[in-house]
Design a protein around this ligand. Structure first.
Ligand SMILES: [Zn+2]
Length: 424
């Protein structure tokens, strides 16, 4: 039996003193005598963070990341569960590959991993994947993330079919004919740098299309990584109409603008691209008024070699798991845009009551530190936030009652349960 007591924490909602007892992977009323103890020294105890949009890069792209390194990064960032995207090589479009990811995660993972299956075979937009079978195998959603399902007719059928399998479709919203050869947001900075632009409308027209397809089919649409003021407006409209449409955004959209591309800095190249200051402000407004349903990182590791290419050729994407909480606290909570409680709500759906899985995160919200990409557990170093001074540190992460990450400064009594033994 594995057990653990976290002493001297503060409840994430009330701030009240809290000792949390854990046994056999669950929160319990009282831990067995002699259970090892973690002294939280007044840190905030919150439910484990959940990231619905992560690229773990396996199978096939393990130079960028592996399930082992990606989930290790997740644990360091306070996450106890991630949903991983299917744009791997090969694509997660079959029962066999969903099962492969789950078994890899069981063997080498440091958090819960929920695979997302592809909408179409090979993400080619031509033939639907077997949604029911993928759902039975453990897929929690379908997505052709990285490339949109461009045919509205195909998307209609996909939504109807996914609805029967009770799976939402996570939509990467981008009209490829509007994106063209674009590599960053269309605007003054792109013009100054002589780079081809991607207009905000490339995202928004697809958001509008899929909102209408949700209305037509009754399917569940989850809008991935929203970045434009008009997209937020479209999501607001969809909610007013009572449609089954939800949406997410990422820390870089409330933190940065297209000016962060500076002089061709590929660490600021992602898709959707960093937008205008007005879009960034609209992102914060959409978070504040409840339009945004959850935060995600869109953690997208790439190798140094790939990102060292000229801006137009370098791949889209940045890593995010190990900076997410600090960017939330530093740029949403500290300026007063959002309470810490509400910010954490947008990063989790876990619960702290007895009987629930012991997935928790210990946070020092005031701790100041410098982001240092060379110290990431992720293989990816591609972040525009390297060297930034931030507030808010993950002191420890506990998943299924086992310690998956712990700051060296924490006082420990006894041998803490390791994740490997909880998995066994
Ligand atoms: Zn995407």
């Amino acid at each position: 039996m594995s057990a653990l007591v976290i002493r001297g924490a503060r409840h994430w909602r009330t701030g009240a003193p809290l000792d949390l007892a854990i046994a056999d992977g669950l929160i319990v009323d009282r831990a067995p005598d002699g259970a090892p103890e973690l002294d939280a020294k007044g840190a905030i105890l919150a439910p484990g963070l959940v990231d619905l949009h992560v690229h773990l890069r396996e199978p096939g792209q393990s130079a960028k990341e592996t399930i082992a390194t990606g989930t290790r990064a997740a644990a360091a960032g306070g996450f106890t569960a991630v949903a991983c995207m299917p744009n791997t090589d090969p694509v997660l479009d079959s029962v066999a590959w969903i099962e492969w990811v789950l078994s890899r995660a069981r063997a080498a993972g440091r958090c819960r991993v929920h695979p997302i299956g592809a909408v179409t075979l090979g993400q080619k937009g031509e033939t639907l994947t077997p949604a029911h079978a993928l759902a039975r195998a453990g897929a929690v959603a379908l997505s052709d993330d990285g490339r949109p399902v461009m045919s509205a007719g195909m998307m209609r059928h996909a939504l109807e079919y996914a609805a029967q399998a009770e799976l939402p479709i996570v939509c990467h919203e981008e009209d490829l004919t509007l994106r063209g050869e674009g590599v960053m947001h269309e605007g003054f900075t792109a013009t100054r740098l002589g780079l081809r632009g991607i207009p905000g409308a490339a995202e928004t027209v697809m958001v509008r299309r899929d909102v209408e397809l949700a209305a037509l089919t009754g399917g569940r649409v989850h809008l991935a990584h929203l970045s434009t003021a008009e997209s937020f407006e479209a999501l607001r409209d969809a909610k007013r109409r009572g449609l089954a449409v939800s949406g997410e955004t990422c820390p870089h959209y409330w933190t940065l603008t297209d000016e962060s591309v500076g002089d061709y800095d590929t660490r600021a190249k992602m898709n959707p691209p960093l937008r205008s200051a007005a879009d960034r402000d609209a992102t914060i407004a959409a978070i504040q008024d409840g339009t945004i349903d959850c935060f995600v990182t869109d953690h997208a590791p790439h190798t140094e070699e790939e990102k060292r290419q000229p801006f137009a050729e370098a791949p889209f994407g940045i890593v995010g798991l190990e900076t997410a909480l600090a960017l939330t606290i530093t740029f949403l909570v500290e300026p007063g845009h959002l309470s810490l409680e509400r910010a954490l709500e947008l990063w989790t759906d876990a619960r702290l009551e007895p009987g629930h899985p012991a997935d928790v995160t210990l946070i020092d919200a005031d701790a100041e530190w410098t982001i240092d990409a060379t110290r990431f557990h992720s293989k990816g170093r591609n972040t525009p936030f390297d060297g930034w001074r931030v507030h808010g540190k993950v002191l420890a992460t506990v998943c299924a009652g086992a310690v998956t990450h712990a700051d060296a400064a924490l006082a420990v009594r006894g041998a803490l349960p390791e994740f490997a033994e909880a998995r066994a």
